[in-house]
Ligand binder design. Structure first.
Ligand SMILES: Cc1cc2nc3c(=O)[nH]c(=O)nc-3n(C[C@H](O)[C@H](O)[C@H](O)COP(=O)(O)OP(=O)(O)OC[C@H]3O[C@@H](n4cnc5c(N)ncnc54)[C@H](O)[C@@H]3O)c2cc1C
Length: 392
């Protein structure tokens, strides 16, 4: 039987990032995915890669991920566009946050540009003048196409690093064995690795159900909408808004964040965890979202599979306050689900060499590659070995 250096269960962005980072170190890697292709949070998101929204080590991982995304894009098209993000302030409190953010990000050496109302409208003529007080622009943020990125990344690691990828392969058991871990699939095939990593996203029933039930993991359900192609408009970059300034962790460090009040027109939006983001896909359509409803890991079913018309209407009404282009011509609407953990991520090692990592929350597209690089280096050291050799 082949012995892999690392077996990764789950080919979402978190699992795929670990597979890639181990392969970059010359490790022999097997990536297993239960579905015909990944259909989880990784393909249902905006594709906004925004270190600007994160703080602490996550911002660092985000910046490293951007470097790696660009590096890979230079040799293989994984849909990365270096276009930046703008956060638009709509009232005095948000404008104050934006100005404080400029000072903070300069101290952190993450490029930022403060734009007054006039300049914001000049650069973003599709914004409603009545909404805009000013904005902050982060030129280093990037965007990717969520429906294609992970598939292209998997192709890249198969072609360049000879990672073995097996879709349609649900793992039903992980058994500690001498000097490693054995996995058993639904078809009763067995694979053996020196290390095993489970990145199963929000799937808590197939593996380790008792661990997940008491883990503190929570699942968030997000509603998303996508217009049909709008060839008449061209969004310059990722568009984030006043509600995002009030929500993302990087802005919590601003001195006035603790004094924020909630204007009455935000009350109902806050109740559903709505903040408005816009991302134009390469086909000209615009992805608009999102909302947040929550349930504990062992009661995820309570979130339902339906898309609530009431929430979509709240999102669209706020969108109409922000942009001038038509947002009602929806091509589709969907619900995405991601797992999150109070410690920012769940990292467990229930047996030697058997790792469970999930619950990266709403930052997985931004920070997984950088985060995975650090984990894999902890496990294997930093120098590349000879491809195809085992580590034991
Ligand atoms: C609507 C929405 C918008 C978002 N927007 C952004 C954004 O703009 N920017 C950003 O940075 N982040 C965003 N996020 C967050 C980001 O999408 C997630 O953090 C990330 O995709 C989580 O990746 P994951 O690999 O942990 O999970 P997943 O993508 O869910 O992948 C887990 C995979 O594991 C597989 N699996 C599970 N169990 C098994 C098993 N037993 N055997 C084999 N395979 C298994 C599943 O089939 C799945 O493919 C958004 C999320 C959502 C839902």
């Amino acid at each position: 039987m082949i012995k892999y250096d690392l077996i990764v269960v789950g080919a979402g962005i978190l699992g795929t990032s670990h597979a890639l980072q181990a392969a970059r170190l010359g490790k022999k890697v097997l990536l297993l995915e239960k579905d015909n292709y990944p259909t989880g949070a990784t393909v249902r998101n905006f594709g906004q890669v925004v270190p600007s929204g994160l703080s602490g080590r996550w911002q660092r991982y985000g910046q490293r991920s951007v470097e790696l995304y660009k590096e890979i894009q230079a040799e293989f098209d994984i849909t990365v566009r270096a276009n930046g993000s703008v956060y638009v302030a709509s009232d005095e409190e948000e404008w104050q946050l934006a100005q404080e953010a400029e000072v903070l990000f300069r101290q952190k050496d993450y490029p930022i540009q403060l734009l007054n109302q006039e300049d914001t409208l000049l650069q973003h003529p599709y914004l409603q003048p009545s909404y805009v007080k000013g904005s902050v622009y982060f030129p280093e943020d990037v965007s990717v196409e969520p429906d294609r990125l992970v598939h292209r990344l998997i192709q890249y690691l198969q072609q360049k690093y000879e990672v073995i990828y097996l879709p349609n392969t649900a793992v039903l058991d992980c058994v500690p064995a001498a000097a490693g871990v054995e996995v058993v699939t639904a078809r009763r095939e067995k694979y053996f690795g020196s290390r095993l990593l489970v990145c199963s996203g929000g799937e808590f029933r197939l593996l380790f159900p008792e661990i997940f039930a008491s883990s503190g993991l929570v699942v968030s359900k997000l509603q998303m909408l996508q217009t049909s192609a709008l060839p008449q408009i061209k969004l310059a970059c990722n568009i984030l808004t006043g509600l995002t300034l009030r929500r993302y962790e990087s802005f919590e460090e601003c001195p006035s964040f603790a004094r924020l009040t909630t204007p009455s027109h935000y009350q109902e939006l806050k109740k559903w965890g709505i903040h408005l983001l816009f991302k134009q896909a390469t086909d000209g359509s615009v992805i608009i979202g999102d909302s947040h409803e929550y349930a504990p890991a062992d009661r995820v079913d309570e979130l339902g599979f339906d898309v609530k018309e009431y929430i979509n209407e709240l999102i669209l009404r706020e969108a109409e306050r922000i942009v001038t282009f038509p947002v009602r011509g929806m091509a589709r609407s969907w619900a995405g689900y991601y797992a999150q953990h109070p410690d920012d991520i769940l990292e467990l090692e229930p047996a030697p060499g058997l790792h469970i990592i999930t619950g990266i929350g709403g930052k997985g597209m931004t920070s997984s590659l950088g985060y995975a690089e650090e984990r894999v280096q902890e496990w294997f050291g930093t120098s590349a070995g000879t491809p195809g050799t085992t580590s034991t």
